[in-house]
Write a protein that binds this ligand. Structure first.
Ligand code: PXP
Length: 242
């Protein structure tokens, strides 16, 4: 089975910092701890409302990270310029609404927003690998394949909300991952994954990257960042090795 990568989303380190408009906790230090504990990459979302990660965090992260940086962004021009300036390894396009608590659904790319192909072209011209955050819906995946992106990130929220009583969402994810591979897309997944529910997703062979944030940050408050990340690395890689 192909190996699986775990990228840790450290947005909520910055959420806590911004709650006090202070200089701690420091997301840059958090990223270093995540890497020391075995994370394969660091993910941050530069939101239009800058509620957590700030502009200055991006170049600072790009400078210290020894693995890879994945930046999530919406189709908003000032953010795009900032992402292109730091040239992360990967950019993941996500939908964004100011009133949402977190990213609530995948992008809807069936009717192409004219900003989507131009944003993708700008990122690709800068040498940045592109991924689209999508619901595990065949129509969306076929549309993604037409857009020439390297990868799709499957939204695991429906699975995370129903896994205790229903396996349908896991089957939907599995089918979407297999279809994406057939369409020539690399398959990532994330949102709402926790220590309790991650293994079934990690066992889906077509998935090569997971992005996990909230659950790991919550656990880090109790046991420390490196222990929390190590525990998640063990679950994700352990599930893949059986
Ligand atoms: N993937 C994407 C595209 C996201 O927007 C988020 C949330 O920031 C995540 C993964 C991680 O979700 P969670 O914080 O629930 O692990």
């Amino acid at each position: 089975m192909q190996p699986i990568r775990l990228y840790i989303n450290i947005d909520h380190v910055a959420t806590l910092r911004e709650a006090r408009q202070a200089d701690e906790p420091d997301p840059i230090a958090a990223a270093i701890h995540c890497e020391s504990a075995g994370a394969d990459g660091i993910t941050v979302h530069l939101r239009e409302d800058r509620r957590h990660i700030q502009d200055a965090d991006l170049p600072a992260l790009a400078k210290v990270i020894g693995t890879v940086l994945n930046v999530e962004l919406a189709l908003a021009s000032d953010v795009l310029e900032r992402v292109i300036n730091v040239r992360p390894y990967q950019a993941t396009l996500v939908p964004e609404r100011r009133e949402e608590i977190t990213t609530e659904g995948g992008l809807d790319i069936r009717q192409t927003d004219p900003r989507l192909p131009t944003t993708l072209a700008s990122l690709q011209e800068a040498g940045i690998r592109t991924s689209l955050f999508l619901d595990p819906d065949p129509e969306q995946l076929h549309a993604a394949a037409q857009l020439g992106v390297a990868a799709v990130e499957l939204h695991t929220g429906a699975y995370a909300n129903s896994w205790t009583h229903n396996s349908a969402a896991l089957e939907t994810l599995d089918a979407a991952a297999t279809l994406s591979r057939k369409l020539g897309l690399a398959v990532h997944a994330g949102h709402g994954l926790t220590y309790a529910n991650v293994e079934a997703v990690a066992r889906i062979a077509a998935i090569e990257e997971l992005n996990i944030g909230h659950s790991v940050m919550a656990r880090a408050m109790m046991v420390g960042m490196e222990t929390a990340v190590r525990e998640m690395v063990a679950l994700v890689k352990g599930a893949r090795s059986v």
